[in-house]
Design a protein around this ligand. Sequence first.
Ligand SMILES: Nc1ncnc2c1ncn2[C@@H]1O[C@H](COP(=O)(O)OP(=O)(O)OP(=O)(O)O)[C@@H](O)[C@H]1O
Ligand SMILES: [Mg+2]
Length: 503
Amino acid sequence: MSIRLRLLLSFTAVLAVAIILFMTTSYLISVAITGDMRSISSFYSIHYSLHPLTDEEETIFLDLKYLAKQDPDSLTDDKLLAEYDRKLKMVKAGLVVRHDGEVSYTSPSLGESAMGDYLPPYDAANNAIRSTLNVGNRFFSYAKFDFPFQNGKAGSIYVLRERSPFPELVRTLLPILVLVLLAIMLLTGLLLYRNVTKTIIRPLDVLRRSAEQIKEGDLQFKLEPQSRDEIGQLSLTFEQMRQKLNESIQLQLQYEDNRKQLISNISHDLKTPITTIKGYVEGIRDGLADSPEKLDKYVGTIYAKVTDMGRLVDELLLYSKLDLRREPYSFERVDLAAFIEDAVEESGFELEEQGIRVTLEGERLQDTDVMADRQKLRRVLGNLIQNSVKFMDKPDRSITLRLREEGRATLVVEVTDNGAGIADEALPHIFERFYRAEASRNSRTGGSGLGLAIAKQIIEGHGGTIEAESQLGAGTTMRIRLRKADVGAVASGATQRETGDEA
Ligand SMILES: Nc1ncnc2c1ncn2[C@@H]1O[C@H](COP(=O)(O)OP(=O)(O)OP(=O)(O)O)[C@@H](O)[C@H]1O
Ligand SMILES: [Mg+2]
């Protein structure tokens, strides 16, 4: 059953119950007040039959009754009657005297000439002294006394009090009242139904449509929650789910893109040397290398290209192993200051021959132990220096290494050169695999673009970070941050990796 139908049914049920309750309560109230299982319409008559007159009126009535018993004929005296009438008028009642079936006196205040037609008949036994009567549209409660005049003719005195036409009004208005009540209830129900439709059904409809959109694969919309109730919260959660889903799909697409790019890059980087090798081999086969010098040159080129390819495949293999976390690390305590001094000494000699100055700056620090994989860290440092050498474009070429402390726990290694620098738009990408800024310059320098990607993997494997700061034309600083061995040692990620590899 749909919520819409269920709500409709429950509203109808509420309406029915309300009406039944209303009816039952009315009936029960009337029974409780009258003590009688009679219809509600007789409620007012019964009440007024029991209490037709006020206390003052009752006293006057008793006076008249006494008079009727003791001296009935005095009740033909209009003067006396007028006197009583005056008293009654003061308490808002009236007097009627009937003499032998004819009305002989009527209070002018009652203002009714044909009263006699409506009065109850003579009853010598005086069974019903107090009751109510309708005179045309008017409603009276009365007390009466029937008595014989001295000549034996039937006489009656009535003390009447006009009652508000309310009971009558109720009697005629009741159907209208009930109709109005029904209308009000219906209207309330309708408004309630509309409200519910607006606050529940419509938002649910929106949600359903959104879910369908997602099912169709469309995630590029926004769901605004309209309220803060349960449905609103549901909408909010739904919107968050959509965002997460969208993000993960975008990420997936990007991964897919990266993968394609990677394959394309590898193919390209392998294809180029292969084409060259093929060309040279064909040249040898066709007898183009007709002199030993030429042959030597051809073979030399082929050898260089094969070496290049071998290096690329090696780097690729290493990168993929690092990426898959299959490359084991062998961490040991390394004095970073001494390690850098060694590195500078080692490469300094070779580089000086090429006219590149390598200097180590800064004071010698104490307490510079880190947990590191010597070989891998050497590789990273070597790659940074190699890059600096490769992208050097100034006659006065210099590379500066610096080790400093940052806080109590971190050591920072900086490799600064005064080379070509890296453009701002390229800077965020240089740690991506196969990324090489400025194709023209790089085609001259060679390289696969894997160096910094591998360096980043290795440094992160040490629980450290690597970043680049550069100004195009002025130079580049590569910055590595590593935690000191004595403060928390190697990051947990690296430790896990190490133990994982051993397993
Ligand atoms: N010191 C530097 N000065 C200027 N550009 C740099 C420097 N270091 C890196 N780059 C830029 O970042 C790119 C990525 O460097 P990365 O070491 O990953 O690749 P590569 O040196 O081109 O190739 P590989 O290191 O695999 O031989 C380089 O191609 C170069 O454009
Ligand atoms: Mg490099």
